[in-house]
Design a protein around this ligand. Structure first.
Ligand SMILES: [Zn+2]
Length: 348
């Protein structure tokens, strides 16, 4: 997706905001002051309490996303309605942002398939983002904040939990008692996958290069965690093969992921952080009756399902909280792959 797919939805990021200005890495994202206005018809203005960053923001800062600066970063935000033009929301309501951009009107959107919308995009990539004091967005992108979450937690779950939820439920059809392997266990989306798979009653396994992250993966619900090097052997020895592999790494791990599943296994992917092209052992795919499943983000209905699961006890994992003024340090933490879970920006 490129910025040319941009959207009719009036998204505006106002007040103090973290703005991607130059493709030089974290140093190219700077805090700027933007003018404040009243929300347009159909929109809500949200005073953002906390936002969280994703790898997407880092790629954008490095110039890898073909986004023309300036662009306010971040897809995830939670805050308090400050002004509303619709009956559904009033000032003071506590809300979270559904991080998908779409037109809400096309046949796909009307059928509840926002991810198939011709105007599909991601907040903070295809529009300005949530790392700002006041965020205007279509009222249909606003959902009630789960009561049991802190502001930090409420900003930590949307993009990663939405993505991992669709991958594991709609796409991979993970069942209670099935075995799922989550590759690259420090990334926000992988941590979400461990928590969701456990919540759904699956048996969860994980891989990481880092011993500290393997230990953390076990603390949050994995039965066992394996070193990333040639992991399929250890996975097969320990599990006899898993039913589902949760992938976001791509070329560096896909072969090992395909060797880790049982016949009929599913490999579900939402990203490819190690490169854009991978080689596939074709016989393993067809002889093994494997499903290779792509997935991006999720529908509004899936976002509501995540919120319902949170009400039943599902919880995000916060790695660290940084003031908006230290957004560069927050991005550097992702750049160094030091994080386990979500890196959150405290806005106000
Ligand atoms: Zn649409």
């Amino acid at each position: 997706m490129t910025a040319s797919h941009a959207v009719q939805t009036a998204v505006l990021s106002q007040g103090r905001a973290a703005v991607y200005e130059e493709p030089v890495g974290p140093a190219g994202v700077r805090v700027r002051e933007r003018p404040r206005t009243e929300p347009a018809a159909g929109s809500v203005a949200v005073a953002i309490k906390a936002a969280s960053i994703n790898h997407l923001d880092l790629w954008m800062a490095h110039g890898a996303q073909r986004v023309t600066p300036p662009r306010v970063i971040a897809a995830d935000g939670a805050g308090v309605v400050e002004a509303s033009t619709v009956d559904a929301w009033k000032p003071g309501d506590e809300v979270v942002v559904y991080p998908v951009v779409c037109d809400w009107e096309c046949p796909s959107c009307r059928a509840g398939q926002n991810v198939m919308c011709p105007h599909f995009g991601v907040v903070g990539e295809h529009t300005d983002g949530t790392a700002c004091e006041l965020f205007h967005i279509d009222a249909r992108n606003i959902f009630r904040k789960p009561n049991d979450l802190t502001w930090t937690e409420a900003a930590a779950f949307p993009l990663t939990f939405l993505t991992a939820w669709r991958m594991l439920t709609t796409r991979a059809r993970l069942q209670p008692g099935e075995k799922v392997l989550v590759v690259g266990a420090g990334a926000g989306v992988a941590v979400a996958a461990i928590r969701i798979a456990k919540h759904l009653g699956a048996r969860v396994f994980a891989t990481s290069r880092s011993e500290a992250k393997r230990k953390r993966a076990i603390e949050i619900g994995a039965e066992a965690a394996f070193d990333s090097a040639d992991f399929s052997k250890a996975v097969r020895e320990a599990t006899g093969g898993v039913d589902v592999v949760f992938e976001h790494v791509g070329p560096a791990t896909l072969g090992e992921s395909m060797r880790s599943v049982v016949p009929g296994g599913r490999i579900v992917l939402c990203g490819s952080t190690s490169g854009v092209k991978a080689e596939i052992a074709m016989a393993r795919l067809f002889w093994g009756q494997l499903d290779l499943l792509g997935s991006t983000m999720g529908n509004a209905g899936e976002f509501q399902a995540v919120l319902d699961a949170i009400d039943k006890g599902l919880r995000p994992v916060v790695d660290s909280v940084h003031p908006l003024s230290e957004v560069q340090g927050a991005l550097e933490r992702l750049d160094a792959a030091e994080q386990f879970g979500k890196v959150v920006l405290n806005i106000q």
